[in-house]
Design a protein around this ligand. Structure first.
Ligand SMILES: [Zn+2]
Length: 90
C-alpha cells in the first residue's frame, strides 16, 4: 500500500501510468476516499484485485466500490481493473 500525499488521487507515478484513464477516480475528496478504501482492502484485509493473476480477487468490488457507494455524492462503481472488466452485481 502506498498513498502519495502530494498527488490529487494519492497516486505514485507507477500507479498513474498503470491505471487506465477511465478507471481513475476524480481528484476530489470522494475520489481520494475511494483510493483509501481500495488500499485499505489490501492492507487490512489482504484482498486481491480483480486481475488475471488472482481470478478470485474482489478488492475493487468489496472495498473500493463499497466506499464509492457511500461517499456523497456517490461515485459510480469501478467496473475494471487494469483494463480487465468484471461484473459488479454478483
Ligand atoms: Zn489494488
Amino acid at each position: 500500500m502506498y498513498l502519495n500525499p502530494k498527488d490529487g488521487r494519492f497516486y505514485d507515478d507507477y500507479t498513474y501510468r498503470k491505471t487506465p484513464f477511465g478507471e481513475r477516480p476524480p481528484e476530489t475528496d470522494q475520489g481520494r476516499a475511494s483510493v483509501i478504501g481500495h488500499e485499505f482492502g489490501h492492507a487490512l484485509l489482504g484482498a486481491h484485485d480483480e486481475s488475471p493473476q488472482f481470478p478470485l480477487g474482489r478488492n475493487v468490488r468489496d472495498n473500493e466500490n463499497a466506499v464509492r457507494a457511500q461517499v456523497f455524492p456517490p461515485l459510480p462503481p469501478r467496473r475494471a481493473y487494469g483494463g480487465n472488466q468484471f461484473p459488479i452485481d454478483e
